[in-house]
Design a protein. Structure first.
Length: 413
């Protein structure tokens, strides 16, 4: 059997939506992007949604929007994909890394300990689709002492009057917090629509705004749409309608807009997400969890607790007591048997670029501990029952062999 890790969900509805874009001869930003933004608002309940060409673009844009720049600090987890830090560095600011909890989300106590007068934002990462502990993080940014410590340097910073809370929700579209879409818990939530995500546009991202009443969400939406198009006050679709060629550049923007041909893929998927795609992912997740829970080596990932429910983006299998080398042996065996798996994530302080900046993995022991024993199993709507059973049986067989050898060695020693 040959089981890929995370192929995109492409059905006839997706094909039809893309063909519709091609038949209309409109493939750059236009009506499909607008329709996708409307569907994101419907799914999340957010004030506004802006589609861009990647999560990274969206994060850079929102940090710039808030005025984050040279000498500022942004608190992030060490356990994340590199884009979480690179978006900060691209703004000239400094990523302040902290460790994570056992549920793989950022540790609020460590966040609290790293706040200074230079802190402008916190980017909390919803690893595997599980929302961070947002109530605790909101308490931190709204704490009177931290508000007094906050030094605004732009009008938007003065208007907010505190640290900006951003959700790196690359994994968590469709997740819930206190029974509501998790995206409502943060000032800004940024989704990824990369090819392996729950909803894809091939490449792309979506920004959701849920700002305090001091902000006009429509005004900020209009600004960000122009900001994503080089500061140009008319997009190509607007200019194409009659004698409407004249445009202006209002400020120094970026070229980060999403094209319609990409939005079409996501539009077809998001319309069937809650009723079809998300339940199918959940079904695979629960089959894994129920099958592995009887084994003492299994560290069960959080799918739902008293306030949070994951979007079932990943199944982060963690195996108690194994080393990184043993984890890698298990991966090699699974791949040999036709199951393509992944690891989420290599902590950033282990990567050459960040090591050269002075980050040291020894300062983030739990990030390393969780990484060293984690294997991300395939989880997507197209998986058949037969494939899921094969994955379960193969994982159990492979882990049991490694685990039995390890326990035997311990007894002999």
């Amino acid at each position: 059997m040959n089981i890929p890790f995370s192929p995109p969900f492409i059905d006839q509805a997706v094909i039809n939506e893309v063909l519709d874009s091609l038949h209309t001869n409109w493939i750059t930003s236009g009506p499909k992007v607008k329709a996708l933004e409307a569907e994101i608002i419907k799914l999340t309940g957010s004030q506004a949604a802006i589609c861009v060409n990647s999560w990274t673009s969206g994060a850079i844009m929102m940090l710039k929007w808030f005025g984050v720049g040279e000498g500022d600090e942004v608190i992030i987890p060490a356990y994340s994909y590199c884009a979480t830090a690179l978006c900060v560095i691209h703004c000239g600011a400094i990523p302040i890394m902290v460790d994570i909890l056992d549920d793989l989300t950022i540790d609020p106590e460590q966040v609290k300990s790293k706040i200074t007068s230079k802190t402008k934002a916190i980017i909390a990462v919803d690893i595997a689709g599980l929302p961070c502990h947002y109530n605790e993080l909101l308490n931190i940014v709204n704490d009177a002492e931290n508000r007094n410590l906050f030094v605004p340097s732009t009008d938007r910073q003065s208007k907010l009057g505190r640290i900006l809370l951003i959700a790196d929700a690359a994994h968590s579209i469709g997740a819930f917090y206190e029974g509501l879409p998790a995206s409502l818990k943060c000032d800004v939530t940024i989704f990824s629509f990369h090819a392996v995500k729950n909803i894809t546009t091939a490449e792309g991202g979506g920004i959701c705004l849920n700002l305090p009443n001091e902000f006009d969400s429509l005004e900020e939406y209009n600004f960000l749409k122009i900001f994503s198009l080089n500061g140009q006050n008319k997009d190509a679709f607007a200019k194409s309608n009659g004698a409407n060629w004249k445009y202006d550049i209002l400020f120094k923007g970026y070229k980060m807009n999403m094209p319609d041909i990409c939005a079409a893929i996501g539009l077809a998927q998001i319309r069937q997400y809650n009723q079809t795609l998300l339940p199918l992912r959940k079904n695979v997740f629960l089959k894994y969890a129920n099958s592995f829970k009887e084994y003492n080596w299994f560290f069960e990932p959080v799918s739902k607790d008293n306030v949070r429910e994951t979007s079932y983006h990943l199944f982060p299998l963690r195996i108690k007591g194994i080393s990184e080398i043993q984890r890698d042996k298990i991966i090699d065996e699974l791949v040999y048997k036709g199951i393509i798996v992944n690891v989420h994530f290599i902590p950033m302080p282990m990567l050459t670029y960040f090591k050269n900046l002075g980050y040291n993995i020894e300062q983030f022991p739990n990030s390393y501990k969780q990484y060293a024993c984690e294997i991300s199993l395939p989880i997507y709507p197209q998986l058949s029952d037969e494939q899921v059973e094969y994955i379960i049986e193969t994982v159990i067989e492979t882990v049991q062999i490694i685990y039995t050898v390890e326990e035997t060695i311990k007894v002999l020693i």
